[in-house]
Design a protein. Structure first.
Length: 215
């Protein structure tokens, strides 16, 4: 019987952005999805307490609230991955803080692996698909574990809602197409873990999401 994945969710400041620690219960290896402010201070002690080794952090996109702890993860030696279309957005991280009126300073983290899509990776000994879902931001990706029917979707879609499209590089038409082509084509039983708020499923969103209906 295959080892299970354990998912722990940490809503973090400044806007309750979810960081997800995904761990293989047998190998004790883990990956982090997104790096909101304070992510390392939350998961560092947990890794030690549970005997986990953090192998990587995958960023769903480069909006400030998903990457503010990237520099801390750099210092901890954790490799960071981001879609290549996030280069420009990441480079203006300090300006993003100013635009949203967030106090403090931010250092642009170093990205160890620039992702191209579609891509197939191996994480925690499992095949993982990286799907490009622009529209909320140019670089938003879905990180899909087909064996477990789990998908981390960034800010593309939420339970009963979708990501905002009025930010630089946003487009409702593009996001609508991305959701239909890359999220609604996943198995209905797939659990979706968004960047904000509770988990949902593909079936639930196809049935009741008021913003994007299946074709």
């Amino acid at each position: 019987m295959a080892a299970m994945l354990k998912i722990q969710t940490f809503p973090l400041p400044p806007v309750e952005t979810n960081a997800f620690l995904v761990a293989d219960t047998e190998s004790r290896r883990a990956v982090l999805i997104d790096a909101p402010l304070g992510a390392w201070s939350k998961i560092g002690p947990l890794l030690e307490r549970e005997g986990l080794t953090l192998e990587a952090c995958l960023l769903t996109h480069a909006h400030f609230d998903h990457v503010l702890d990237g520099e801390v993860l750099n210092e901890a030696g954790i490799p960071l991955s981001l879609h290549e279309d996030g280069r420009e957005l990441l480079s203006v991280l300090p300006q993003q803080l100013s635009m949203f009126g967030v106090p403090g300073e931010a250092k642009v983290p170093q990205i160890d692996s620039w992702l191209t899509t579609p891509a197939e990776l191996t994480l925690l000994g499992r095949p993982v698909e990286i799907r490009h879902v622009p529209g909320h931001s140019p670089d938003n990706v879905v990180i899909y574990f087909p064996g477990e029917e789990l998908a981390f979707v960034g800010d593309a879609i939420f339970a009963g809602s979708i990501g905002r499209t009025d930010l630089p590089g946003g487009s409702f038409e593009l996001l609508e197409k991305s959701i239909r082509d890359q999220i609604y084509t996943l198995p209905d039983t797939t659990t979706l873990y968004p960047g904000h708020g509770p988990a949902t499923t593909v079936a639930r969103e196809k049935k009741s999401n008021p913003y994007v209906r299946p074709e």
